[in-house]
Structures are given as C-alpha cells and as structure tokens.
Design a protein around this ligand. Structure first.
Ligand code: HGY
Ligand code: MN
Ligand code: MN
Ligand code: MN
Length: 409
C-alpha cells in the first residue's frame, strides 16, 4: 500500500507510520501472513503494539489470558477499542491489524486534538481471535468473558501437539491464571471494533465505512473419519475401509446441504494419517466451518452433514465422530449504539456480516459496535484482502469521531 506521506498532515503520517511498521511482521513469502499466537511473528507484533502504545503515553498491561491492553486513564465505564493481530494461514494484511492500527491512530489524533477524556479509553489486542493455531476462535475474548473454561483452553493443542499453556509459558507469560476476568469486564462501558469488511457490502453500497448490524450464527465442528490402513496396490476396492472416500463424499454433501439451506459450509484444517502415496489412509481429521443467516438453517446444515457422514461411514466401514468445537449464536449489535455510531460516521450504511469477531463475544456483555472499512476486492483470509488508503483514513476519522463522542459524553 503506497501511502502519500504528507508531513503537513500529521494525521496521515501517524496512520501511515504505524501501518508501515506493523506490515512486515509475520508476512510470509506467499504475500499472506502467518502470524500465529505465541509464535515469534506474533510476539514481534505484540512487542510493536506495546512499544507503540507506550509511545502514545498509554499504560500497557497483559491480562491473565494474554490479551494486551493499553490504557489512557484508569477506572470504570471505559471506552475500549481494538481488535486482534493474529492471522489465519496466509491471511490478509488487514483482518485484525487494521482495527488495531486504526485504534492507536485514533488515540494519537485525540491527543493531537487536545481531547480530554471524561472516562478511561483503552486499546486492546485480543489474542487468538482466528483460532488458527489452537482451533477455538476468539479464545482471548472468550476466556475474558468466561465463554471458554480455562481447563479447556490450557490443554488445546496446535498441529505439533504444543498446548496453549506451553506456548503461552514459552512467551514468558503466566499461563496458570487463565479464566474469566469479571473485574476487567466490569470496567468496560462500551466496546467498538473497527475491522476491514470481509465481503463486498460497502462496495455495493458505494461507501468507505459501514456499521455492523449483526453477525450470522456460525461455528466449528471437528470431524474424524477412522478407517483401516492397507496396501494401495493389493487391497481390493470391496475390502477397503477408506476414510478418504467417506470424507470426500461428506465434503460434497456439505456443499449440497449448505446450498439447500442458503448457508455456508467449508471443510478445512485437514490432516490425513499416515498420508502415504501407496497406503490407504487410516484416519482423516477435518474441521467444518459453517455459517447461516439464522440458527435453524445452521442447525439443518450441521445435522445434514453429520447424518450424511455417518451414513457413508456405515457403508464404508469407517467410524465417524463429530465434536462441536465452538458455536456462536446470532449476534444482534446494540441497536441504539449501532444507530448512534452510524450517525457519527456520517450516516454510514448498516449491514450484517458472516465473519466472527471479538466484538461478537463482547456484545453479550457490554454495549458493542463494529465499524467496517470498504474492501474493494471483497477477499479476506487470503493475500488479496485490501482496503485503500483513503478508505482506511476514513475509517480512522470515523473511529476517532465515535471515540471522542463516547469519552466526552
Ligand atoms: O473466521 C472469522 O469469521 C473471523 O474472520 N475470525
Ligand atoms: Mn478479524
Ligand atoms: Mn479473520
Ligand atoms: Mn475480530
């Protein structure tokens, strides 16, 4: 992204400078990002967050679950903004970081404009929002709110078998105090997350900034297909118990079920054992990500896929197990705050999203709003994700206006 550095306009330089500093951290040769929680790339990004926040005069702390908080002032009824810095494998540059950089830039602007907050303001970097390493999305905000128990979190393992507790300890953080943080949650009066739009709603609305109305119900289910390893060259087709066959038909069935329900279904994070070329697999593991406009459609898809997998498994002699990993009911954002934010953002369009966010988790506990920034490609969770310079600055301006209103009212 080529920002036009303009020394006369401190506002551009601050966003530009922050963006250019963060951009290289965790960038892979693919052009996407591999910034997974507690890995060196994530730790670099966390160090950048802390240094930048301190440079803005904020007090930086890490909570018991690893979330980073940068405070301007102390006490309750705080206005909190921010997002996340972790990514999906080969994810885009904007998903998460745009919210964090915009939040820090908004603080810089408020200070530059001499705004004196009447209540605390904090910028948060929620940990493991994508769930890309340990599987459960929004883990940092779910631990904060008690939506995920510490006993479950500490034993979550990445694909190398490293647990959350081991990885967090390896980052020199105490992983023995994971869990709900009601005092901290009680300090939050309002949460506002800015995020790149993951879709083309704002392109269709021809608007640089939008406001979220709702998040579709969605979830993740872990499928396991257990068959029997055998020789690819000497085992008759009729004698096979091939989990790849059952899995393949389940993937096809998921597409059909989703289409019938007007929903979405995606299998990812696939592992095959022993994954040879001349051996029939013994085991296939895969995660189903499904999302739908309403809970009944989501339930129909998951039920349909589960039943299909079981039926194909019976036919193929493959044992199928399905484990719910995380499920988020529909999120309807606080209507008053939603409309207030839309007004403050110059009459920004209001639109739903199928993407999950920490704001969705927080919205069950505190008045929460989301600002979206136009993504002309509509692509997300891939290197093609993009938001143009002017739209990013429009997002920063909108967020700054919203925060100023919230901290001074
Ligand atoms: O997966 C999601 O919906 C979000 O981008 N973490
Ligand atoms: Mn995100
Ligand atoms: Mn994401
Ligand atoms: Mn998010």
């Amino acid at each position: 992204m080529a920002w036009g550095a303009d020394p006369d306009d401190g506002e551009r330089v601050s966003f530009e400078r922050l963006w250019e500093e963060l951009r290289p951290l965790g960038r892979a040769d693919s052009g996407g990002y591999r910034r997974f929680t507690w890995t060196p790339a994530d730790l670099d990004a966390r160090a950048w967050f802390a240094d930048t926040a301190r440079g803005l005069g904020l007090d930086v702390e890490v909570d018991r679950n690893g979330n980073q908080w940068a405070w301007w002032g102390s006490g309750g009824d705080a206005v909190v903004t921010g997002s996340h810095l972790d990514s999906v494998p080969d994810g885009g540059a904007f998903d998460g970081p745009l919210g964090v950089v915009s939040s820090l830039s908004a603080v810089a602007l408020l200070k530059a404009r001499g705004v004196a907050p009447g209540r605390p303001l904090a910028v948060v970097n929620f940990v493991e929002e994508e769930g890309a390493r340990f599987g459960v999305p929004c883990l940092g905000s779910r631990l904060l709110t008690g939506a995920v128990a510490p006993s479950r979190a500490q034993d979550l393992r990445d694909s190398d078998g490293v647990t959350w507790a081991e990885a967090m300890t390896g980052a020199d953080l105490d992983a023995t105090r994971l869990g709900a943080d009601p005092e901290r949650l009680a300090r939050i009066g309002t949460f506002v997350e800015l995020h790149v739009e993951q879709g083309r709603g704002l392109v269709d609305a021809n608007a640089p900034v939008g406001v979220a109305s709702a998040i579709w119900p969605h979830g993740r289910w872990r499928f396991e297909f257990a068959g029997e390893a055998n020789h690819a060259g000497t085992t008759r087709l009729a004698d096979r118990r091939d989990p790849m066959l059952t899995f393949a038909e389940t993937v096809l069935g998921a597409r059909e079920q989703a289409s019938l329900a007007g929903a979405l279904a995606t299998f990812g994070r696939v592992s095959v054992e022993p994954n040879g070329t001349n051996a029939i697999a013994s085991l296939v593991r895969a995660w189903l990500d499904s999302r739908a406009p309403d809970a009944s459609a989501l339930a129909r898809v998951v039920q349909g896929v589960t039943e299909l997998a079981a039926e194909r498994g019976d036919r193929d002699g493959v044992k199928v197990t399905v484990t719910p990993e995380s499920e988020t009911p529909v999120v309807e954002f606080n209507a008053d705050l939603r409309d207030e934010v839309a007004g403050l953002a110059g009459g920004a369009p209001i639109l739903p999203t199928g993407a999950g966010h920490d704001a969705g988790v927080l919205s069950a506990h505190v008045p929460t709003a989301m600002l979206f920034v136009r993504n002309p490609t509509g692509v997300s969770h891939a290197p093609g994700e993009y938001a143009g310079p002017d739209d990013c600055l429009a997002g920063v301006e909108a967020l700054t206006t919203v925060l100023e209103h919230l901290v001074t009212r």
